[in-house]
Design a protein around this ligand. Sequence first.
Ligand code: ADP
Length: 191
Amino acid sequence: MSRLVLLGPPGAGKGTQAKLLSERLGVPAISTGDIFRANVARGTELGRTAQRYMDAGEYVPDAVTNAMVRDRLAQPDAAEGFILDGYPRTTDQVRELDEMLAGSGAKLDRVLEITADPEELVRRLTRRAGIEGRSDDTEDVVRTRQQVYLEQTAPLVSTYAERGLLRSVDGLGEVPAVTARLLDALASDAG
Ligand code: ADP
């Protein structure tokens, strides 16, 4: 039960919860956003490509993101499980992930959706801008990211629901309370 995807709008708390679940479950948290930001910080070619899109609040092209995730999932620490945070985000990425897993005879166990009120999310992200200084946390870019999420990523919720993999959890409240809800959702068989 340890090949997991976290879905949810920007600011829902995927990154925070992915790290906590990673500790609890003993599998790596793999955040495409973190990998892109690390590449931006190191000034790699991947970082230079990604930065333009990230600063505009747009998705990095699928071909770039898919290749990066394929490499990461091939690392030995992901062989027994992983928590994907921020991937897949498009229908093309869903198909690619299916292929990557099929190639190693694995399959997803659960997709956990973290839900939250959009206005609360704008408040959280603009507050985070003041703390972490992420260049994509300004109010305009945050609203673009929400729109892109609605158009390109929200449809994945029904894709995974149809496969019987989806569990949705309320992302409002204290961090440990949300973690507890996610662990409950993992333990339960019925949606
Ligand atoms: P958030 O979920 O708060 O928007 P992330 O750190 O997950 O933040 O992502 C930040 C940015 O990184 C995105 O706006 C996008 O430009 C890029 N990114 C992350 N994951 C993907 C992905 N799977 N496909 C395309 N772009 C991505």
